[in-house]
Design a protein around this ligand. Sequence first.
Ligand code: ZN
Length: 226
Amino acid sequence: MTSNLGLFRNFKTIKGPVRLGDDSVIETCGCGTVMILAKTSLRHVSSRYLERVLWVPSLGSCSLLSWRAIVSLEKGFSLASSGKDMYIFRENKPEVIWGKLDGQDYVVQEEKESAKKMTYEQWHEALGHPSPDYLKSNNYSDATNLPKVPQDWQCEICITSKSTKRKPTSTTDTETRSETLFELIHFDLSGNFPQPSFGKSNYYVTFIDDCTRYAWIYPIHAKSTR
Ligand SMILES: [Zn+2]
């Protein structure tokens, strides 16, 4: 059977020969444990750990699962086949591995949509905080595997880092301060905010008395005088 094996765990560099059917010998470069997300014929997905998996670079991207190696574990595995399907059972439980005939080979059925197991937030962070529109476009060939953008979703980091609003620089003690009430009034207008207030205002205006630092804030609907 063939399989698209994932990453190795507990990998050890071990060199050794592998004899092929035509009596030629190729070299293994390591050995380890590999986890696959095996799909059953009932579409259940379970993680299966394959131990003592050999890494044979000259086999390229082709991964072979040896039934003889499975039998040699002596753990009660049995093999059954029906039409174009092949199943590996363990005792009387549902199959642990399901292979489907594809051309000349039985291909181990694996969950390929692992991208969907990650949330949109995780992908957004992993890809360096791109905008949803950028992800939706054709910039990634496998963007269709990504989960959908949750409704009303916002990323706090994006909002903070992309904000054009800056904290005003603090005044220092050396600066002079007015000594008389209303001698100097600081005034600022802020807006237009995309989200109006409960009172439907898109701006606010502040007046700060320089002497007392007493502040007035007024929400306003528009900047115009009318
Ligand atoms: Zn973000």
